[in-house]
Write a protein that binds this ligand. Structure first.
Ligand SMILES: C[S@@+](CC[C@H](N)C(=O)[O-])C[C@H]1O[C@@H](n2cnc3c(N)ncnc32)[C@H](O)[C@@H]1O
Ligand SMILES: O=C(O)C(=O)C[C@]1(C(=O)O)C=C[C@@H](O)C=C1
Length: 247
């Protein structure tokens, strides 16, 4: 691949002031390593996206990969489905991510009809689509913007269309939540992150990544129009949901 990825060491040295987490050049350079060492089940979710698309997409349907970062979800679909199976628009607000994603997707799957757009997913004109992927993206939008986006995505989905929503989550029960977070930190330690890295990243993500409970996600999806949603994957405090539009 043309996008060399470095080991994530962003929070490894003590910082006087921990800045708000942002998807800048520094994060882009180590993002594949960061997300794989930080999101339990990330690889399994990606693998399943292609299988879900294979089952739910009508031939040639359009797909959105929203908050695509380096295009991993788009790549996963292209790896599992032939070029004529779907068309895809990948969107991200970070110019550094978009530049890298464009390069990677053009190199890795030149036969597939994949367009990479720089833009804010809250203000896009959505075209009719068979599948929408929000893989760890909704959690970065201000909570007050989430429902209206989901309602617009519901409206853009064709009958029988699906939305896949993967998120970091919180548990409504304080003790259960504490247990999940502690085991999540164990997961990070086991993946080579130090106490300093874990605590500085936690500070950087405060008020930037705002997680919801699974109950809040399902209720919001219902209010946005989806008659049915289910949690198909969960690993510690990370989960993936699928929401269906009636056929
Ligand atoms: C955790 S990453 C997503 C990971 C990616 N979907 C994957 O599967 O590898 C979140 C991404 O959402 C993007 N993002 C955040 N707010 C956005 C917005 N309003 N519009 C578009 N992209 C946004 C960020 O720039 C970042 O690249
Ligand atoms: O490191 C964490 O605590 C995370 O929540 C991981 C997480 C995410 O969930 O999106 C946060 C920021 C990076 O984009 C990669 C992964």
């Amino acid at each position: 691949m043309s996008d060399a990825s470095y080991r994530d060491a962003i929070f490894s040295t003590p910082l006087d002031r921990v800045a708000r987490f942002s998807f800048d050049e520094q994060v882009v350079a180590c993002f594949p390593d960061m997300i794989r060492r930080s999101v339990p089940g990330y690889g399994q979710i990606l693998g399943m996206l292609g299988l879900i698309a294979g089952r739910h997409l009508r031939h040639g349907a359009h797909v959105y990969d929203l908050g695509c970062s380096l295009g991993a979800a788009s790549l996963a679909l292209a790896g599992q489905l032939p070029p004529d199976a779907f068309r895809l628009t990948a969107v991200d607000i970070s110019p550094a991510m978009v530049a890298r994603a464009r390069e990677t997707l053009a190199t890795e799957c030149p036969q597939h009809a994949i367009e990479v757009m720089e833009g804010d997913i809250r203000s896009l004109d959505y075209q009719p689509s068979g599948m929408v992927i929000l893989n760890f993206t909704l959690q970065f939008l201000p909570p007050e913007d989430r429902e209206s986006l989901l309602a617009r995505l519901y409206a853009a989905l064709e009958p029988g269309g699906v939305l896949v929503l993967s998120e970091k989550m919180i548990d409504p029960d304080e003790r259960d939540n504490a247990w999940r977070v502690e085991r999540y930190h164990d997961f990070k330690r086991a993946n080579g992150y130090s106490e300093l890295e874990i605590s500085q990243k936690r500070t950087a993500l405060e008020n930037v990544l705002v997680p919801d409970t699974l109950e809040a996600h399902h209720a919001r999806l219902a209010r946005a129009g989806f008659p049915r949603s289910l949690t198909w994957f969960q690993y510690l405090n990370f989960a993936s949901l699928i929401a269906f539009k009636e056929a």
